[in-house]
Design a protein around this ligand. Structure first.
Ligand SMILES: NC(=O)c1ccc[n+]([C@@H]2O[C@H](COP(=O)([O-])OP(=O)(O)OC[C@H]3O[C@@H](n4cnc5c(N)ncnc54)[C@H](O)[C@@H]3O)[C@@H](O)[C@H]2O)c1
Length: 519
């Protein structure tokens, strides 16, 4: 059987896989009964396991899946399958691989709403944002389809976060349907132990990791034992600098974009908001007003702009940061407490009101550490030189933002920022064509911080959250896209549900860049 392009073979087992795991696609009724591992082109139960995990629906607190954590034998089988698939895949021409990618992109577009719904149910981000992520993912596939002719590619074993095991199965099935050889893209579920089997496996040639700094450090150690290259996408505490000559309305929107997307569970969020003294009061008042207007609730409802956090322990952790901030002298201007929606089915969900903190100092825990929740810390500054020094005074270096009408100043400041991605008069807008990555403990060190920056206007995406700015410019100082050309499988281990699965295990540009490593 042939697709429109004429060349892609259709595996006979594919039809049996549809329609996927979805019993009911509403908040409060979704359950997954099918296996969540994917090997040899099909869902399978692991042959051995080290315990089980439960996956929750953050909106309701219900269990939506119970799954076995893959043991060493299962990981071995996944690696074997990947090796076998690589032999077939590597014989294909660039044009053939390109067609498979384009077909996968087409299927994702066709199933946009279904995929976004599963993603929302599994990680809690609003359906509005999830649809945007789906769009980014097919765009990314199309972009790399154009490059497939000039690279060999490899097979991949993907371990999602145990908090968000579900949506990546849709991607695995879509790849199979699009014509990827069975075994080229495998999924093993589990926690740290499963991840360790992958990192230490002698036939895994490369590890790509998205997650926290402490785990990243362990991954690096394990990879070092096997002399394996790694990609680390770690945490952040990014600065957002608002100069007094900015377009205030735009800067307020940008600050909301930089702090409250996906309930604040975004690695590159600009959570240290430095505001020049002259406009501090006005800016703060407007930010608080807009933050209080964010609609929290059932993430599958069209009007919702903030859903629940990924799980209860994480909600408590975020609330703990706010308590500590108060003890250290910060003032809560709004939010920072648990939110219980009126709908009774949502009463056990993990909701909180987005929080704005003021009277912050650089030495406070809320300013130094990644909270990974909807908490904005406002700091004031006087001069450009002062704010640049303070912005760089962090162990992280993932992203940064600058709001000013003075474009020369914007570029001067950006040139001095130690951050992998810098936004001017916008935030968190990352088109697929541009690389994504950080400095310092946010990930790998760039070879040269000032190497040949590429700038482009990313345009305005005013549909996204009503919080987007008018103009934007991204400066990327290094190339973070990893294209693997390896004769052996690579492992991809991904982090926290709301973040990582929403963005990474499945749908983010970066995830797909990684996924594309197998192409
Ligand atoms: N820079 C980026 O691109 C980016 C993107 C998304 C998330 N993040 C970061 O991820 C973090 C949130 O994710 P998280 O809390 O799930 O991270 P985490 O470090 O707790 O877990 C990440 C993954 O590592 C696995 N793991 C844990 N211990 C392991 C071990 N010893 N060996 C192998 N695997 C192990 C987990 O099961 C999970 O799949 C935040 O710090 C966030 O900033 C960074």
């Amino acid at each position: 059987m042939f697709f429109r392009g004429g060349l892609v073979a259709f595996s006979p087992c594919v039809r049996a896989l549809r329609p996927g795991p979805v019993a009911a696609m509403n908040t409060g009724s979704f359950v997954v009964s099918q296996p969540l591992n994917y090997r040899g082109g099909a869902r399978v139960e692991p042959v051995d396991a080290s315990g089980t995990e439960k996956a929750f629906e953050p909106a309701t607190g219900r269990v939506i899946a119970t799954f076995a954590c893959s043991g060493e034998k299962e990981v071995n089988l996944a690696v074997q399958d990947a090796k076998a698939a690589f032999k077939i895949w590597s014989q294909k021409s660039g044009m053939e691989r390109c067609r498979v990618l384009l077909e996968a992109a087409r299927i994702i577009r066709e199933r946009r709403d279904e995929i976004a719904t599963v993603e929302t149910i599994n990680n809690g981000k609003s359906i509005f944002e999830a649809r945007w992520d789906v769009d980014t993912s097919w765009q990314c596939l199309e972009y790399y389809a154009g490059l497939a002719g000039s690279m060999a590619g490899n097979a991949m074993i993907f371990k999602p976060s145990p908090f968000t095991p579900v949506s990546v199965l849709l991607l695995a099935e879509i790849y199979t349907e699009a014509g990827v050889p069975p075994g080229l893209f495998n999924v093993v579920q589990g926690g740290a132990a499963t991840g360790q089997f992958l990192c230490l496996h002698r036939d895994v040639a490369k590890v790509s990791f998205t997650g926290s700094v402490p785990t990243g450090s362990k991954i690096m150690e394990m990879a070092a034992k096997g002399i394996k290259p790694i990609t680390l996408e770690l945490g952040g505490k990014s600065p957002l600098i608002i100069f007094s000559d900015c377009d205030l309305e735009n800067a307020v929107k940008g600050a909301l974009m930089a702090n409250f997307l996906t309930q604040g569970e975004v690695c590159c969020n600009g959570t240290r908001v430095f505001v020049q003294k002259e406009i501090l009061e006005k800016f703060t008042k407007e930010v608080v007003k807009r933050t209080q207007g964010i609609k929290i609730g059932d993430p599958l409802l069209e009007g919702t702009r903030m859903g629940p956090l990924i799980n209860r322990p994480h909600l408590e952790r975020v609330l703990g940061f706010i308590k500590l901030a108060k003890e250290q002298g910060a003032k809560v201007l709004c939010g920072g407490d648990v939110f219980v929606p009126e709908d009774p089915k949502l009463k056990d969900g993990y909701y909180m009101r987005p929080c704005v903190l003021t009277d912050c100092r650089d030495d406070m825990t809320c300013v130094r550490e990644e909270i990974f929740g909807p908490v904005m810390s406002i700091l004031s500054f006087d001069t450009e030189a002062e704010v640049l020094e303070r912005a760089n005074n962090t162990t992280f270096g993932l992203a940064a933002g600058v709001f000013t009408r003075d474009i020369q100043r914007a570029h001067r400041v950006v040139a001095g920022l130690q951050a992998g991605m810098c936004f001017i008069n916008n935030y968190n807008v990352s088109p697929v064509e541009l690389p994504f990555g950080g400095y310092k403990k946010s990930g790998e060190e760039p070879e040269s911080v000032d190497a040949n920056p590429a700038c482009r206007d990313t345009g305005c995406n005013s549909d996204r959250t009503d919080q987007v700015s008018e103009h934007s410019c991204l400066r990327i100082t290094w190339e973070s896209i990893q294209i693997l050309v390896l004769p052996r499988p690579a492992a991809v281990i991904s982090g926290n549900g709301n973040q990582a699965s929403s963005y990474f295990p499945f749908l983010s540009p970066k995830a797909l860049q990684k996924v594309l490593m197998c192409i």
